[in-house]
Design a protein around this ligand. Structure first.
Ligand SMILES: Cc1cc2nc3c(=O)[nH]c(=O)nc-3n(C[C@H](O)[C@H](O)[C@H](O)COP(=O)(O)OP(=O)(O)OC[C@H]3O[C@@H](n4cnc5c(N)ncnc54)[C@H](O)[C@@H]3O)c2cc1C
Length: 465
């Protein structure tokens, strides 16, 4: 893959997100870089030579996004001592569409996160798909495996809620703690902790990389993004709009600028607070991926919208910001030498729909189960055996589906396929209901209807890679 151009280069792209953009694999701002080694590798945490400040825990989790908070929550609930290190202070912004599908709602419910309607959680009934000159509203199916509704919540709130939820479960959250390098055991090369920007050292029996798309901790451990996996780049902003309380998530499969077709896809998600989250994105399989000016793309698309929706510069309430979406196991292996990768750090975004929060939460739950069992073992060999099962469990959960997703992103990168699919698909409710289950990964795990059984069988038969 050639080096990509970031989504525009205006002054309102924060360093955090600029770093998240696909500029190869180098640490973007050098926050995490050189190998730091610990002489002997066995010094007590925080006091090598008796001078360095720091702390020790069973598990060190780097990054307090959904993946980091969820893995910390589950580990603490299992009785482990967890230090969660987050570079920002909550509430903090995260570039996102803020949309949660029933899959994410299920994962939040499993963590016991209260989701009362009206308390900032805006429920949605389904997905409105616009494309090929057609428009269709598809309700989330009510299933035994997933609830029949999704949610919208700004990440500023959402991530803070999850982090506080983890704290309530006993997690020690340290905000304003930017990790700069791994601490390695000289003899084995295993990670035994991390160093923060202020020099503090944190040591644990295991370290979890939950530091998002750029995952500089993974990079510092030699785990780079895979060139053979899909990657999206998207920008979003907010507008004051009468459409703010839309009870459907709205996805645009093709973007038009008057008469010409623009590259990419778009979304409009009502936030329920007077604003709508509006964004556009592109996959690296699309022609022109590296050359697109995303801000201009967004503006050209919005210029065609009805004036009463209010998507104008005067109504814009936030800068246009962009970041990358690492898809389909974009970084592997998910476990190596004491480091476990969860969420975007492991490139877990669903290539079919760009959804990453549900997969951050789910991979965190799988990782926590594995880590809990591993740390209960009495021998290093036993521990390692359990930890090595984590990548396998991820492959069992998503491998076949993600392989299909990689084929899908190749296809939708071809304008002729998209033209055909939107022209013939969007007007056919049966095709779209099938697509909703496929794109949302919303099939009954057992039984279900013919569509569920077909999709489950195809995913299982497709080799995980
Ligand atoms: C434009 C856009 C729109 C999207 N829309 C949606 C959507 O509508 N729905 C959806 O489900 N997904 C969406 N996604 C994907 C979703 O945002 C991610 O998949 C999700 O945030 C992954 O969670 P995470 O916890 O793995 O990583 P992150 O949310 O990125 O969290 C990583 C955390 O680590 C911290 N961190 C980073 N480096 C360090 C360090 N060195 N030291 C300490 N802390 C550190 C960061 O501050 C951050 O808090 C979108 C993505 C983009 C870019």
């Amino acid at each position: 893959m050639t080096e990509q151009v970031p989504p525009a280069d205006g002054p309102d792209l924060p360093p955090q997100d600029a770093g998240a953009l696909p500029h190869g694999n180098a640490p973007a701002d050098g926050e995490i870089g050189a190998r730091a080694s610990v002489p002997g590798g066995t010094a007590r945490a925080g006091v090598p030579g008796g001078t360095t400040r720091g702390e020790i825990a069973d598990v060190i989790v780097v990054g307090g996004g959904p993946a980091g908070s969820a893995v910390s929550y589950y580990l603490a609930t299992a009785g482990l001592d967890v230090l969660l290190l987050e570079k920002a202070h909550f509430p903090r912004e995260k570039v996102c569409g803020d949309g949660l599908t029933p899959r994410a709602v299920k994962a939040l419910t499993a963590m016991g996160v209260p989701l009362p309607e009206g308390d900032g959680w805006l429920r949605n009934k389904g997905l409105r798909i616009i494309g090929g000159g057609g428009r269709i509203e598809l309700d989330w199916p009510e299933m035994s495996s997933y609830p029949g509704y999704g949610l919208v919540r700004a990440r500023t709130d959402f991530d803070q809620i999850l982090a506080r939820h983890a704290e309530k479960a006993g997690v020690r959250l340290l905000e304003g703690t930017a990790v700069t390098s791994p601490l390695l055991d000289d003899r084995t090369g295993r990670i035994i902790g991390v160093t923060a920007k202020d020099g503090r050292q944190f040591r644990g029996r295991l370290v979890v990389a939950a530091d998002g798309n750029s995952s500089r901790l993974s990079v510092a451990m030699g785990l780079h993004k895979r060139e053979d996996r899909p990657l999206g780049v998207a920008v979003r902003t907010y507008y004051t709009s009468p459409r703010h309380d839309d009870d459907y998530l709205e996805a645009w499969l093709d973007l038009w600028d008057g008469t010409s077709l623009l590259p990419g896809y778009g979304w409009i998600f009502g936030m329920g607070d007077g604003t709508s989250n509006v964004g556009v994105g592109l996959l690296n399989t699309s022609a022109g991926f590296g050359e697109i000016d995303y801000r201009s793309l967004l503006r050209r698309w919005l210029a065609t919208m009805p004036a009463e929706w209010g998507f104008t510069e005067e109504n814009r309430t936030q800068p246009i910001r962009g970041a990358a979406l690492p898809m389909a196991f974009n970084r592997t292996p998910h476990y190596t030498r004491g480091l476990v990768l969860v969420g975007d750090a492991g490139g877990m975004v669903n290539p079919f729909n760009g959804e990453g929060i549900a997969y951050a939460l789910e991979s965190a739950e799988i990782a926590a189960r594995v880590i809990t069992q591993a740390l209960a073992r009495t021998s290093a060999t036993g521990r390692e055996l359990v930890l090595q099962s984590y990548p396998r469990q991820l492959k069992d959960a998503y491998g076949g589906y993600y392989t299909l997703g990689r084929i899908f992103v190749e296809l939708i990168g071809k304008p002729s396929f998209m033209k055909f699919a939107t022209k013939h698909g969007v007007k056919r409710p049966a095709v779209m209901r099938f697509s909703l289950k496929l794109l949302g990964n919303l099939t009954e795990t057992r039984g279900g209807d013919a569509v569920d059984r077909l999709l489950n069988a195809v995913s299982k038969m497709t080799p995980a890679a």
